[in-house]
Design a protein around this ligand. Structure first.
Ligand code: C5P
Length: 215
């Protein structure tokens, strides 16, 4: 049995009190992963951005809004976890300046200057202990396996789940799981819960109870 941290859903980065940037993400894959992990006897902590889905009651749920909040909550929770599944779609950019009052329309174009937010999977992956593991997701539209492997390396993941853009907000998903050599170790398609079961089966087989060390 392991204690697993799952990040799920989108995050928001506000430009003024009412407007924000976000990502298209429903949290449905996170819900499916929570259910699959719990059914296999694992304990689950889910750090979730704003979503309209319900996580299983047995999962410990921590709600956040921004990418920085997701990072801080995940960092704290991960210290007490064996592994991370990064299923969230955190907003990658934030406005350099956040207006305190609602930005009034002027009839002119509005220019926003954006800076990158921190990558949560990379931050946790690069700092993980020898006994911890991390699994990331990659949503790619070109050279999918090549880009997914590059992402796995950059973020020091033990496994990466490759899915296509049709996965977003959908009830179904179609995935490949790649290991650190770039080998496709499993494929799955169908309802997100079936796909989540396949992902947890590989995690149990290859990561739970094993020492992992990024090579
Ligand atoms: O770089 P990209 O966003 O394509 O990588 C996707 C993976 O990285 C997912 O596992 C996602 O949860 C994670 N991620 C993250 N923090 C970010 C951006 C992405 O943890 N700021």
């Amino acid at each position: 049995m392991a204690k697993i941290l799952i990040t799920s859903g989108p995050t928001r980065q506000y430009l003024d009190p009412v407007r924000y940037l976000t990502n298209s993400s429903s949290g449905k894959m996170g819900v499916a992963l929570c259910g699959a992990a719990l059914d296999r006897g694992h304990r689950v902590v889910v750090v979730s951005g704003p979503v309209n889905v319900e996580y299983p009651a047995e999962a410990e749920r921590i709600d956040v809004v921004t990418t920085d909040e997701m990072l801080e909550a995940s960092r704290r929770a991960f210290a007490d976890c064996d592994g991370l599944i990064g299923a969230a779609a955190p907003c990658d950019y934030r406005p350099r300046r956040v207006a305190e009052q609602k930005i009034a329309k002027t009839g002119q174009p509005l220019q926003l200057e954006l800076e990158e937010t921190v990558d949560i999977v990379a931050t946790l992956g690069l700092a993980k202990r020898i006994d911890q593991w991390t699994v990331g997701f990659a949503l790619e539209t070109e050279d999918p396996r090549f880009r997914a492997l590059a992402k796995l390396e950059r973020k020091a993941c033990d496994l990466i789940v490759l899915n296509g853009p049709q996965a977003m907000t959908s009830e179904t998903n179609e995935i490949e799981i790649l290991d650190r050599t770039g080998t496709v170790i499993a494929v799955a398609e169908g309802p997100k819960r079936r796909v989540a079961d396949a992902i947890l089966a590989e995690i149990d087989r290859r990561l739970v109870g094993r020492e992992s060390r990024p090579s």
